[in-house]
Design a protein around this ligand. Structure first.
Ligand SMILES: Cc1cc2nc3c(=O)[nH]c(=O)nc-3n(C[C@H](O)[C@H](O)[C@H](O)COP(=O)(O)OP(=O)(O)OC[C@H]3O[C@@H](n4cnc5c(N)ncnc54)[C@H](O)[C@@H]3O)c2cc1C
Length: 399
């Protein structure tokens, strides 16, 4: 077993770290304070290959492996969650799903420009009345001749007002919709440019404020049948497959956030004095920092394993879910403790830890809530759940 990063890993880690530190870190508190998503970051991320980091070179990507994707996510979230979310949605949920389930024509038309950053992709599963219970969505896709007509509303969608293309899940079978039978769901590529599509930004959100989160509506949107992803009826599998890829990025990103909490806490604990000594010398402060360190190291190993399984082309739903659950819960705890260590200063946005806390909470909700992941892991252990082979898997690295 080898835990060393290779030269390619070290390069992407350093590239993402230096770029985020130089281009974003000095401005992030202001972007967050003013709820500003800086679109100008996208072409810069594309130029560095970040928007196609583990998409094979034959589809316009940087051709790196899934460890590289995770490292990029760690480094971006070290500076701000909003940067990592771009990779989660554009690469994890959308592009990697097209890589596995898309037709050759779909890959040429959408995946190639997405990997190069000239199109931005997003993912629309959640609706106003259904999140965890994905079978409760209401969006319909009715087949009419050589097209599908989509109607419905998607809510809490990352990059809703930014993306050009959306991987959308909806019902193609009305009878199965009534029964909530997931084999009645299908997946589609929907373009913002399609007639009847409209979107908006959620302005009441209190975290990931430098990111864009919103909704989109489809009012008789005509989607050509060649934009059906996979076969009709495979939409639920495709939606869950997409989450397998997104969850690696969330796990790795939360690991970066854990490190950011630890580093900010160490800086403050070495500087702030109480009762005549640096607060880092008080055992209860040490305990919080020790917890951050062990959570950081454990989270890293868990997402490494998930990425390694992906590199090997093996099923990883269980391992990736565990990595996501553990790292996000740990990062929420670390961010809360980082605020605590900063005392009243932590309660002000003069320091970054309040932003870390608000951002950390989101990841305990999206891509499977803490509770859903608990249930999944318990079901694996109890033997109620097992991972069966899918018709389409993520291609092993280099394949
Ligand atoms: C910042 C942000 C970005 C997001 N981006 C996207 C995106 O890009 N695309 C997308 O499709 N969605 C996105 N989402 C939506 C996200 O995936 C959902 O919010 C999530 O799946 C939870 O659904 P919900 O909010 O409807 O909560 P609900 O499903 O209504 O759950 C509410 C509470 O009930 C609990 N609960 C539900 N069912 C059970 C159960 N069986 N057992 C125990 N507890 C249960 C939940 O754990 C939770 O605590 C985003 C959300 C956020 C906050």
């Amino acid at each position: 077993m080898n835990f060393d990063l290779n030269d390619e890993h070290l390069l992407i880690e350093q590239t993402a770290r230096e770029w985020a530190a130089r281009e974003v870190a000095p401005r992030i508190q202001q972007l967050d304070r003013t709820h500003t998503f800086d679109r100008a970051l996208l072409p810069k991320m594309a130029a560095l290959g970040l928007l196609g980091v583990c998409v094979p070179a034959k589809y316009g990507g940087a051709g790196m492996d899934y460890i590289s994707l995770g490292l990029a996510c760690e480094e971006l979230e070290y500076v701000d969650t909003s940067l990592r979310v771009i990779l989660s949605v554009h690469v994890g949920l959308n592009s990697l799903t097209l890589l596995s389930w898309g037709t050759d024509a779909q890959k040429q038309k959408y995946l190639v420009p997405q990997a190069q950053g000239s199109l931005i992709g997003s993912y629309g599963l959640t609706e106003p009345a259904a999140g965890s219970d994905a079978r409760g969505i209401q969006t319909t896709a009715e087949k009419r001749g050589d097209r599908y007509v989509l109607n419905g509303e998607k809510m809490w969608i990352s990059l809703a007002d930014v993306a050009d293309t959306f991987l959308v899940i909806g019902w193609t079978d009305h009878a199965k919709k009534k029964l909530k039978d997931p084999s009645g769901l299908s997946a589609f590529i929907v373009e913002r440019a399609f007639k009847g599509f409209s979107s908006g930004t959620l302005t009441q959100k209190w975290g990931i404020l430098a990111g864009n989160t919103g909704f989109f509506k489809m009012d008789n949107v005509e989607v050509p049948e060649e934009n059906l992803v996979g076969r009709q009826g495979e939409g639920f599998k495709i939606a869950m497959f997409a989450l397998d890829q997104g969850r690696l990025t969330v796990a790795a990103g939360a690991t970066g956030l854990l490190r950011a909490c630890r580093d900010a806490s160490v800086r403050y604990a070495n500087d702030r004095k109480a009762f005549g000594v640096e607060i880092g010398q008080h055992q209860l402060v040490k305990e919080m920092i020790a917890q951050m360190e062990s959570d950081y190291q454990a989270s890293r190993l868990l997402w490494f394993r998930s990425a390694w399984l992906k590199n090997e082309g093996r099923r990883n739903t269980r391992e990736t879910g565990l990595a996501k659950w553990f790292a996000t819960v740990a990062s929420e705890r670390a961010a809360s403790d980082a605020v605590q260590i900063h005392g009243a200063n932590g309660y002000s946005d003069e320091y970054p830890v309040g932003r870390f806390y608000r951002n950390a909470k989101g990841a305990v909700i999206y891509e499977g809530t803490r509770e859903i992941h608990k249930l999944m892991q318990a079901d694996y252990v109890l033997g109620y759940r097992s991972d069966k082979p899918l018709r389409c898997e993520l291609p092993a690295y280099g394949k």
